[in-house]
Every structure is written in C-alpha cells, then in structure tokens.
Design a protein around this ligand. Structure first.
Ligand code: HEM
Length: 364
C-alpha cells in the first residue's frame, strides 16, 4: 500500500518534470557522466560552482547595506556586523565560502593537472579555466579592499602602485582614472559587476566544453586505449542527475561548514586605515608573493604572477604526448610538484615572518 502511494508520487514528480522539460528543454544541458566522475576528485569543479552560487546570494544580501565610498565603506560593514538582521552571519558565510572556493578551485586545477585532463581536446577548456582562476583571485582581492580597514587600505595601495608600474595599461587601477568617483566605488563595480559578468561568461563556455567533450576518462583507461591494450573508455555509466545531486550535496556541505565557521570565527573588521603605516599581510592565497615583494620589491608582484600564468597557459602546448597517467608523465608531474611545494614554502615563510612595509602612502 505504502509502496503504491510512493510510486504514484514518483509518477507525479516525473510527469511534472516532463512538463517543465518539454517547455524549457533543461535535459539538453545534461551530458554523459562516467561512474568515476562522481568521486570527490572529479566533483571539485561542481563544488566550486555551488560555492559561487552561495557567494552570489550572500553578496546580494550584503550589497543592501554596503556603502562604496571612502567615508562610508568601513562604517557600513560595521553596520552589517552589528545592526543589519543576520548581517554578521551573512558576512561570515560570504567570507568563509570565498576561502573554501579558492581552495576547491586550486584542488580542481590540481586534479585536472595530475590526471592530464588538459590534453587534447581539452586545451581550450584549460585556458578558460586559467581565466576563471584569474577572476577568482580578482574577486578576492577586490573584496578585501571593500572593507576599507587597514588591511583593505594596504591592499588598495598595492593595487595603485602596481597600476603605476603598468604605465598606461595600469591607468584604470589608479585613482586618477576618473576624478568624480573614488577608486573604492570602481573596485566595488569590478567586484559586483565586471568580474562576476566575466566569470559567468567564462563559466558558460567552460560548461559547454565539458558537455561537448564529456568528462575525461580515467588516465589508465585512456592510456590503455591509446596503446591498443584496452577498449575505448565509456563516456557514460552514471547519470547527470546523480552527478548534479552529488554536486549539490557537497555544495550544501560547504554552506553548512561556512555557517559553523561564521558562528565560531566571524571575519574581523580592522581599524580605520592609517596611511602612514603598513602592518597587515595578504590573505593566504596571496602569501607566496609576500616574501618575493620583500626581496625584489613591488615589481615582483607583477613578474611572479605573469610567469605563473604563462606556465599555466603553456602547459597543454608543451605536454602534448597522448599519455595521461602519472607514470608516463613523470617530468611534468615532478615540475608541477616542485612549483607547488615552492609556492607553499614561500607562503609559509610569508605567513611566519613579521610584516614589512613595502609601499608608500599611495592612496592618501
Ligand atoms: C573558477 C571556477 C571553476 C569552476 C566552477 C569549474 C567547473 C568545472 C566543472 C563542473 C567541470 C566538470 C568536471 C569536474 O567537476 O571536474 C570542470 C572541468 C574542467 N575544468 Fe574547471 N572549473 C573552474 C576552474 C578551472 C580551472 C582554474 C581550470 C584549470 C586551469 C579548469 C580546467 C578544467 C578542465 C580542463 C576541465 C575538464 C576536465 C575533465 O574532463 O576531466 N577549471 N570544471
């Protein structure tokens, strides 16, 4: 009896879905999903996507009370934390999900790197991914400045000085670009319009290419097919719905984790900025560059990221063999591991050494 009732309910859901799908064509978005694509390594991109949805939702809520002016920015954050309904928790979720998303983007890229999934025919999707990585860094950087506390102000000074180093190309990053709107207003626009719009376009292209190529097969199966010792890997095995449900499940875990973190360790708001001092350090994802700035000056902040992006862009064109498994790509894996360990080492060093003054009062 009970199973008959649940079957009827299942039938109702199916009919409702079919009616919606007939009109919206949503099933056209689905792509074949191999069983291994439901493992954590292959679901990191989807988790990142759900993280971005949470950031967009909490960002819209924060924008209701944020005032993007030098006189009002920090005070409006204090208002969000102390007065706005659920403001502190929304801000905490936004902060923690931003951190988690950065971690999942890097892990997703690491998985694609280790499994050689950037190789033909996915080179273009790798390059789009590099663009998405840049957008993620840009969102976090501009977000830090919006707080307009000491940390935000020092990040802005770096922004301005790097803009100066770039000469005419960096003009947009300097306060002189327009005199009627303070730079914090333009960086706010970058944070809520320019970067999200660019990120959305890149994400649409990223997903269309995932749909076009399917999710890559496991490296060992791909290599066996190239050698002729195994069959062509199957594209399916699981279903798109199962894949989506797992992504959403992990997305909800991220949300739950960030709520707990927001309740336990809410993000701080520093003092009103003092232009005469430089005492803060950047967030963890920028820390690897901090010692480089100590040793080689501000120019290192331009040169080092350019080299890193250059290496990422070149990767699929340098590593062109058909092999995907780690043991057949030892030199690429070793080079990647050395780079990753080097960056982690620099970040740890940057995190443990006392803060150093790098820039003059550029924004004052
Ligand atoms: C910023 C956010 C990003 C999102 C939301 C995202 C999302 C996704 C999703 C959902 C997939 C399907 C398979 C999976 O989850 O692993 C995927 C695949 C892929 N992504 Fe991303 N991605 C992002 C960034 C990146 C970055 C930084 C790179 C590399 C530089 C990259 C390169 C790729 C490649 C090459 C594939 C195909 C992998 C395969 O078929 O195995 N993505 N991405």
């Amino acid at each position: 009896m009970a199973s008959g009732a649940s079957a009827m309910q299942g039938g109702r859901w199916r009919r409702a879905w079919e009616a919606i799908d007939e009109r919206l064509g949503l099933s056209g978005l689905a792509y074949p999903v191999p069983t291994h694509a439901n493992g954590i390594g292959y679901i990191l991109g989807g988790i990142t996507f759900f993280g971005f949805l949470i950031l967009a939702g909490t960002g819209v809520l924060l924008a209701q009370s944020y005032n993007p002016t030098p006189a009002g920015a920090r005070e409006s954050i204090a208002y969000i934390m102390n007065t706005a309904a659920f403001g502190d928790i929304v801000r905490g979720i936004h902060f923690w999900v931003a951190n988690l998303v950065m971690a999942t983007v890097l892990l997703h890229m690491g998985r694609v790197f280790v499994t050689g999934a950037y190789k033909r025919p996915r080179e273009a999707n790798w390059l789009i991914g590099v663009g998405l990585l840049g957008v993620t860094f840009g969102l976090i950087f501009t977000g830090t400045i919006l707080k307009w506390d000491q940390e935000g102000y020092e990040a802005l000074q770096h922004n301005i000085e790097i803009g100066g180093l770039l000469g005419s190309f960096g003009f947009w990053f300097t306060p002189e670009f327009t005199t009627v709107l303070p730079i914090v207003g333009r960086l706010y626009m970058a944070h809520v319009v320019i970067l999200p719009a660019l990120g959305t376009l890149l994400l649409i292209a990223h997903f269309l290419l995932v749909k076009r190529h399917g999710i890559s097969s496991l490296p060992a199966a791909a290599d066996a097919a190239v050698e002729g010792t195994g069959p062509a890997p199957e594209k399916g095995g699981s279903t798109f719905a199962a894949h989506l449900i797992r992504m959403a499940g992990f997305g909800l875990l991220i949300l739950a984790g960030s709520v707990v973190l927001a309740l336990l360790i809410g993000p701080a708001l520093g003092e009103r900025p003092n232009p005469a001092i430089e005492v803060t350090k950047p967030w963890w994802m920028f820390l690897a560059f901090y010692p480089l700035e100590d040793w080689f000056g501000l120019r290192a902040l331009l040169v080092a990221p350019t080299i890193l992006v250059g290496l990422l862009v070149l990767l699929p064109f340098v590593d062109r063999s058909p092999w995907r498994s780690v043991r057949r790509r030892r030199w690429v894996i070793v080079a990647g591991a050395i780079l990753a360990v080097g960056l982690i080492g620099l970040a740890l060093y940057g995190g443990l050494t006392p803060p150093v003054s790098h820039v003059q009062d550029a924004a004052g």
